[in-house]
Design a protein around this ligand. Structure first.
Ligand code: RUB
Length: 302
């Protein structure tokens, strides 16, 4: 399981970050190790252990879980030959990667239309969907400004900054706690998502819900860019989306003895604060998320 081990290690260390990159790399590594297996029984073991290992890297990543489970479902059962099994690995993994790719293209297209000439857009953390959307809007000739957070403790805002500045977008970085201070300058907030629940709540990088609160207070629209593939089906059955809590040394490497440090990676933004979720179906109300998932990816709900 060389590829799976390497990918799991890199996801845990945040060398691979963001829900989409995590999901794509997890599916690719599982596909590669399945294709490298020398027998059907080895492949079945890689499938079971590999999915478990990848899923455990980050708790709050249903886009990865949905993709890996799609592979599992399509590879279960008895195969008459190892060649047939391998062909099915290729087929099912290409299908998942195509779902991811198509969804991304659609949300970027729809999201970039929402950016207006002269706007000031606020974003938090690094979402590859958000940066791609802003870059697409810029490439289409719109001129706008972005205010973005540095995103403690791991500074993912710097990745956003590099990408936006490289694309020639007028970008200003602020500390996370300055979000409310700058709300009066903003036209709308655009953030990514790690998970969407059956109630239409969104889980994204810690601090997102504070930005949403500040946006609501200032009467600023708060949009979330999220493929429906980030829907977490367990939330229908009453379970809460698990929130990953990371190591304390991300916050302070040499704290005084006895100090307690808490480091949740994500928080929940309730649907009441969300103006719209920008999905592959269009900009939808958080209330209609379940129906939209049912229409596009019924297999997620099975
Ligand atoms: C990243 C984060 C991103 C979402 C969406 O958190 O919260 O907003 O994952 O990303 P972390 P994308 O850095 O802890 O992974 O739009 O790329 O799917």
């Amino acid at each position: 399981m060389d590829k799976i081990d390497e990918t799991a290690r890199r996801i845990k260390k945040l060398e691979i970050q963001g829900a989409t990159s995590i999901a794509v790399r997890a599916v690719e590594s599982l596909r590669d190790d399945l294709l490298a297996a020398d027998s059907q029984s080895t492949a079945q073991r890689v499938l079971a252990e590999g999915v478990k290992k990848l899923v455990e890297t980050r708790e709050t990543e249903p886009m990865m879980r949905n993709g890996l489970r799609y592979l599992q479902k399509n590879l279960s059962g008895k195969w008459t030959s190892f060649e047939k099994f391998s062909a099915q690995v290729e087929k099912a993994s290409s299908e998942v990667l195509e779902f991811y790719d198509k969804a991304r293209k659609n949300i970027v297209k729809i999201g970039s239309r929402r950016v207006g000439d002269g706007d000031t857009v606020f974003t938090h953390c690094h979402s590859s969907a958000v940066t791609e959307t802003l870059i697409r809007a810029h490439e289409s000739g719109k001129r706008f400004r972005v205010i973005q957070t540095e995103t403690r403790p791991r500074y993912q805002g710097r990745i956003t900054a590099y990408k936006l500045v490289e694309a020639g977008i007028d970008t200003t970085m602020i500390v996370d706690s300055a979000a409310r201070h700058f709300m009066k300058e903003i036209d709308f907030v655009l953030v990514g998502s790690d998970a969407v629940t059956s109630e239409g709540n969104v889980i994204n990088k810690i601090g997102t819900s504070q930005v949403a609160l500040a946006a609501q207070e200032a009467r600023i629209p708060f949009y979330v860019l999220s493929t429906l593939l980030k829907f977490d089906p367990v939330t229908i059955h009453g379970e809460f989306e698990a929130i990953e809590e990371r190591n304390a040394d991300e916050i302070w490497g040499t704290p005084p003895e006895g100090l307690k440090i808490r480091n949740p990676a994500f928080d929940v933004t309730r649907r009441d604060y969300i103006h719209g979720i920008i999905t592959e179906e269009g900009i939808i109300s958080p209330h209609s998320i379940l129906e939209a998932v049912q229409r596009h990816y019924p297999w997620i709900l099975v």
